[in-house]
Write a protein of this length. Structure first.
Lengths: 157, 157
DNA sequence: TTCCGTGCAAATCTTTTGCACGGTC
DNA sequence: GACCGTGCAAAAGATTTGCACGGAA
């Protein structure tokens, strides 16, 4: 049986497990801070900033507190391993989210007024990107698409 | 006649003139630092960082030196007026470039190894974005697309 | 036991701000 | 003459780094 990577990733903690295994295979030791961060990211639907991650892990009920330095170090490590990707929103702080294969692949809508970040997907867009990627003078490894504007609350309110 | 795309857009400072006029109409006084910055941006084919702008204006032969604080203030002012847009490359510093109507609308290729930033255009991509923009829960005012990867020099070398 | 992951505090780096002067209107 | 644009220096804010300790292998 061949569980799709999405199913694999969406089942409780599977992405976190895969990520930890990948890092272990690359010679990293396991650690409590990283494990807590991985599990937090695994539960997110969209991108968080380093500060949001720190706060979430400091909140009551969180498995453990993780220092800000570790949050940045772990995110950097995960980014290099392509387990996490950064999302640039034009705001002061960079956002980070886990990378899943295919199914969870999405892009972002950013409200420039309130800072809200939402995910969206579009097959036509992905096709256009794929087509294009083979024509540019760059071996494309990733793409990032951000639509800026005003969210409903900001537009109406 | 073979006008380069750059000449086409900025036939001798047209964008700079338009930008200055727009700001003047909005009640801003003219100033030497801003004029120098506008003319520099008008000559660029792609995005520059604040530091690159400062350096370019400090170089021999530049019309005048502009302090870093002014570079940031002027860029911020131009961004609010939608005369300039920021380009997020995943690098430490944000890049900025002038906004032209239609013809020069482009997106960016970023080499994650050497930091090279190149422009590209793709009509199919723009169509996909336009179609999509009417379906998302955001009144879209801008979009930014960045392809990350390795440029030819970095891949081959 | 060895070495790496982590916390804390200090450092670094980009971007912003306070203040005073000079130019534009 | 009134005010805004600009330079300089200091401040602010995000991210990184140095160092020492405790846990993983």
């Amino acid at each position: 049986m061949n569980m799709s990577s999405q199913a694999a990733d969406s089942a409780a903690g599977q992405w976190a497990d895969r990520a930890e295994a990948t890092l272990a295979a690359a010679g990293h030791k396991r650690g409590g801070a990283r494990r807590a961060l991985l599990e937090l990211l695994d539960r997110q639907e969209c991108a968080l900033t380093a500060l949001e991650i720190e706060d979430a892990l400091a909140a009551r009920g969180a498995p453990r507190r993780v220092s800000r330095a570790s949050v940045y170090r772990i995110l950097d490590e995960l980014e290099r391993a392509r387990l996490v990707q950064r999302v640039e929103t034009g705001q002061a702080m960079v956002h980070y989210e886990r990378v899943c294969e295919q199914e969870h692949h999405h892009h972002h809508l950013v409200c420039d007024e309130c800072g809200l970040v939402m995910p969206f997907t579009d097959a036509g867009l992905e096709r256009a990107i794929d087509r294009l990627s083979s024509t540019v003078p760059l071996t494309v490894s990733e793409h990032e698409i951000v639509l800026h504007g005003a969210c409903r609350d900001c537009r109406d309110g």
